[in-house]
Design a protein around this ligand. Sequence first.
Ligand SMILES: [Zn+2]
Length: 74
Amino acid sequence: MSIAALTLSGFFELCLYLGFAIMLLCLFPAILLSKIRRNRRRKNRLNCRLCAYRFVRRDGDEQAICPHCQAKNR
Ligand SMILES: [Zn+2]
C-alpha cells in the first residue's frame, strides 16, 4: 500500500489515528511527570506535631521548623 493508493477517507482515517497516537504520546509523559512531581511534593509536606499547621519542608532541612509556632518537627 502506497500513499497514492490511499483514498481521501482513508487519508483522513490515517490522520485521525496519527493524531490520536501523537496525543497519547504527549499525554502519558505529562501525566507521569505530574504524578512524580506530586509524590515528591507530598514527601516534603508535613503537619506540625504541635499545632497541626501544614507546611512544606525545605530541601536539606533535617529539622523542619513550623512557620506558625516555631516548633521543631522531624
Ligand atoms: Zn506548629
